[in-house]
Design a protein around this ligand. Structure first.
Ligand code: 4AD
Ligand code: MG
Length: 465
């Protein structure tokens, strides 16, 4: 008997054939009925839709049917028939029901519909069973596939950059240390410091905050590359937009200037949104209907217009003239807060914005310095409801300027010497950016909190499941 998934049954009904025998397996969403018949809504995760299983009570052992409750896992053999009921075109007339795993109705926490996101965060092991989380995880998968497809079609090479590193790419000191030293009794140098020479790697190491530096090294040989991997930041930011472990897509391109960089970033985001609309319309429709009535319209609106491009300096002028009361006051040189970014995107321009040429004091050491001596060729892409979704720049390709910048920041030149070498041997103008995968997922799904777009979130004080 054909073992089928619900997605295929609904999509390929004609090929499978009404009246034919099928076998399905899945989890019971709801069960209702009367003395004569039970209607079981079964979901197997292959799509948002449930398949209705109709069981004539006279044909089944009552003891088994009693255990077919919300959350239980069952296997059904039966006949595929047209459905008389509302809400579905086909259903299964059950001939055999095998109970694979029961779920005690007194204890299974997902009994009713409409649990809050906060409640679902407390049951990370079971929330994938909800409609909402099924949509998010299928969309997350679709976006990952789309990212690889996009770059593959453009002949970018996917580079696996290391997770463990000695370099702090962003220079913000937000690294999770990696060590096998005995924390209670570490070896010490004669000066009394921890002796990292005796650590596993013979030096101080941490989890990477970004694959960019290694990415640049490969771009200086392969031209166009990208990374897509987990990154880690020990920043104690308890916000709806920050995770301690998040995924980042980082393309790096030789011979791209800042304008080429912006073009690629805008094209990538639009491609991903279009891909979601084309491939996951059922999931998006569900999220639109149940969670965010403006989701589809917001996704489509981003496709229709070019992103606004302006300099940081111009943005500061707009903010200062806005008469808006900001919690963090605005002046040239300050780092933009989420409230400022959202004002520009949601109140002033009403579309995504790319800001360029930030003050060098608030940006990382690797950014190309402008001739004004004050700004660097940075670009941040700001999105409605999210704020910064992409951070990137043209890179400093001049050896002397890069070295001077590193010294000015009192960074460890020794740790960066491989990176610096790329400017010594065949340096080339190049650019790149980092797209935060969970920030992208916030936009695609309409969710409000990054904890709800990653299967098992890692945030301060939480690495539970
Ligand atoms: O702006 P960021 O720090 O830039 C970099 O890491 C560069 N090395 C990227 C590059 O040029 N290759 O981070 C890039 C993006 C942000 O715009 C944001 O979308 C996301 O990564 N991001 C976070 N997402 C979730 N939680 C956090 N704590 C994040 N920090 C940054
Ligand atoms: Mg940034």
């Amino acid at each position: 008997m054909a073992k089928l998934r619900i997605y295929n049954i609904l999509k390929e009904t004609d090929t499978i054939g009404i009246g034919n025998q099928v076998k399905i397996q899945g989890w019971v969403r709801t069960r209702r009925g009367n003395n004569a018949v039970a209607f079981i809504a079964l979901n197997d995760g292959s799509c948002i839709h449930n398949l209705q299983v109709v069981a004539d009570l006279n044909h089944f052992d009552e003891a088994i049917l009693k255990k077919v409750t919300t959350g239980a896992c069952i296997e059904v053999n039966g006949k595929l028939v047209e459905s008389m009921g509302k809400g579905q075109t086909v259903e299964i007339q059950a001939e055999q029901i095998k109970l694979l795993g029961e779920a005690d109705p007194e204890k299974y926490p997902l009994q009713k519909k409409g649990h809050s996101m906060e409640f679902l965060r407390e049951i990370p092991h079971l929330r994938p069973r909800t409609n909402y989380f099924g949509c998010v995880l299928r969309l997350r998968h679709a976006m990952a596939m789309a990212i690889h497809t996009y770059f593959n079609e453009k002949r970018f090479v996917y580079i696996h950059t290391p997770v463990i590193t000695g370099a702090d790419c962003e220079g913000a000191g937000e690294m999770f240390q990696v060590t096998t030293l005995d924390m209670h009794n570490p070896p010490r140098t004669p000066e009394g410091c921890v002796d990292y020479h005796r650590d596993f790697f013979g030096k101080f190491t941490s989890l990477t905050v970004s694959g960019q530096l290694n990415g640049e090294m490969c771009a200086m040989a392969l031209g166009n590359i990208y990374t897509f991997g987990p990154t880690f930041r020990a920043e104690n930011s308890n916000t709806p937009r920050h995770l301690a472990e998040f995924w980042m897509i980082e393309p790096e391109m030789a011979f791209y200037d800042i304008n080429d960089n912006m073009d690629l970033a805008e094209d990538l985001i639009k491609y991903l949104i279009r891909y979601a609309l084309d491939h996951n319309s059922d999931d998006l429709q569900f999220l639109n209907d149940m969670f965010d009535k403006e989701l589809l319209q917001r996704l489509k609106s981003v496709l229709s217009d070019a992103f606004v491009r302006l300099s940081y300096t111009e943005a500061i002028e707009i903010l200062m003239q806005s008469k808006q009361k900001f919690e963090f006051p605005v002046s040239w040189g300050v780092d933009l807060q989420s409230e400022h970014e959202r004002y520009l995107v949601e109140k002033h321009f009403l579309k995504p914005v790319i800001l360029t040429d930030y003050p060098k004091t608030i940006k990382a050491f690797y950014m190309k310095q402008n001739d004004d001596g004050k700004t660097v060729r940075a670009m941040d892409i700001l999105f409605p409801k999210i704020g910064e979704i992409i951070g990137g720049s043209e890179r400093e390709s001049d050896l002397k300027k890069l070295e001077a910048f590193i010294e000015e920041r009192q960074m460890d030149k020794e740790v960066l010497h491989y990176y610096i070498d790329t400017r010594r041997f065949g340096t080339a103008p190049h650019s790149g950016f980092g797209l935060g995968f969970e920030r992208l997922m916030l936009f695609i799904t309409g969710m409000a909190n990054v904890r709800d777009v990653i299967p098992f979130p890692r945030t301060p004080q939480n690495a539970e499941c």
